[in-house]
Design a protein around this ligand. Sequence first.
Ligand code: G3I
Length: 372
Amino acid sequence: MKQSLTRRNALCFGAATSALTALPALADTTPSSMALPLKDLAAAKGLRFGTAIGMRMLADPRVRELTIRECNIIVPENELKLYVTHNNGPTEYNFKPADELLAFAETNHMAMRGHNLFWARDEYTPKWLKEYKFSSKAEAEKLLRDYIAAVAQHYGERLTSWDVVNETIDPKSGEVRENAFSRVLGMDTLRIAFEAAREHMPKMQLVYNDYMSWEAGNENHRKGVLKLLHWFRDNKVPIDALGVQSHIGNGFDLMAGQVNQWKDFLDEVVSLDLDLLITEFDVDDQTIPTSDIDKRDAIVATVGRLYLDQMFSYTQTKDVLCWGMDDKYSWLQGFTPRKDGLPLRPTPFDADFKPKPLYDAIAAAFKSAPER
Ligand code: G3I
């Protein structure tokens, strides 16, 4: 998913800079007065706006205040992953951290989505499950169905939407990844997960979530996801939407035809009668080769605006969730540090919780979005 700072990326930065001057919408990058919260601007167009939030953020009153003011939907960053809810063997569950997040959501009249029922990658699978010796396919299927039934029994439909399967496509090859269940059940793993989710949560929005993106280098990933979505449809797998994670900005490759390729991808997704969700939006400024904060913020905002405008042009796009609202707690700080050692600035609010040009870009994108 990530690209390093190469000569090509440096050239792309030039392209992004010229894109910046070509775009009138963001000529003024002064942070806004935040007259209306983003959730209200979104609601005016039939969209929802929210963020991922984890226990470490919930402990910070500034994050709570910001989230309550700006968001009408949240998603736990890590607290509903198998390695938290079901880490200690087949009969033990831990819903405590996610319960606290759900209480926060319900108290403050926010919806909560679930992320995720099955992260189809060994590195995020609990040790006990990775090493489980299934004696038969039937046993593997039962374990998968029982786990989903247990989660559904705990939360019922207090959540509104679930990422049923997360990241099952290998970005390089475009093929379906192997995982603890697929080694026994093959592709049936995916069908069973969605079927069990539908069986136990009939009204739930069921989502396949992945990080295929618009940047160059994502071609096989996009192809693989499209093939999977067609397979879901051909096999009558109950799926309602594609979660487009939207961790963008790694190459700032604005002028290299990716916008058109991204359009082709989205056209094909919606032709399968699927909704689109922006589930994990942020704009990584790791490779922007300047330490000037104003310039970096302006480029991040411009790229974000271009992207959101394109996503919102599809009325199938219903929810937008940032993967963190502020730079202080962004996962990217540890994941893709800048070479100059400066903190990243990938989210709408800075580390002091002040709005940045990306905040205005999101607000402007909502204002110009068609209604749905
Ligand atoms: O819980 C330990 C804590 O005890 C310890 O002090 C701390 C030290 O670094 O690590 C803590 O766990 C980390 C956890 O985040 C909480 O911060 C894990 O090591 C770390 O692997 C985990 O990373 C998360 C990652 O998913 C893996 O689950 C990130 O926060 C989270 O932002 C990231 O989210 C993913 C989405 O689920 C799927 N899409 C991509 C996205 C970004 O990678």
